[in-house]
Design a protein. Sequence first.
Length: 267
Amino acid sequence: MNTINFPHPRPIGAFNGLGLWVFMGKEIDRFLKIPGQTLIAPVVTTLLFYIVFAFALGGGQRSIGGISYLSFLAPGLAMMSMAQNAFANTSSSLVISKVHGNIVDVLMPPLSPFELTIGYMVGGLVRGVGIGILTLICLAFFTDLRLPHPFFALYHAVAGSMMLSLMGVIGGIWAQRFDHLALVQNFIIMPATFLSGTFYTADKLPQGWQFLCHLNPFFYMIDGFRYGCIGQSDGTLSLGLWLLAFVNLALLGIAWAMIQTGYRLKT
């Protein structure tokens, strides 16, 4: 008598590496399916910002610290685009799942809360860094980006995208509809990005505003990336390295705790 050999279930230990890999691939594939909206559009928007400052506002005739203002501006615009899109990727993924009622499909697979947090974070990180690379390639046709310190450029691109990706996880878990997400985007992410030295050097600010600017983690994210791209910075580079690492660890812990407790995910 022939016996049927049914496949055995795959044992899953304390760390589900294959499941995490599949989940990360899902989050990356989600934005790669619509590259015109998720990759090309942000690059075009950044180039439009650059053109406005170059021609309409006379940026080509100005200089900061001995370098062209447009060379100073380009890394800030690239980092701003990275940050906003890293946040949008993770936050929209969670809110869309909530609105469509399929968030249970994310919570049911054999993935731990930490693995879910990492999976969402990597999706936003990859999108942010990808947009940054595309943006720098396009801006290199218009201005001089020498990348004298590639380590700083890479570190701050990754750390900055990671920070905003984790903020997107936290915002996406908190938000119950897109209106809530717009509040976070418009009143936290956008002001923090614009008021962090994207378009100007912090040295030109009044003393009180300089102090507030140096309390903003977004400032160190942009300042360190600018140093990597053109060799000029306003803040303390070593402080920025440690601060971004600390902020990312704190945000990772908060996002992991929110998923572990099921805050606004299971109710």
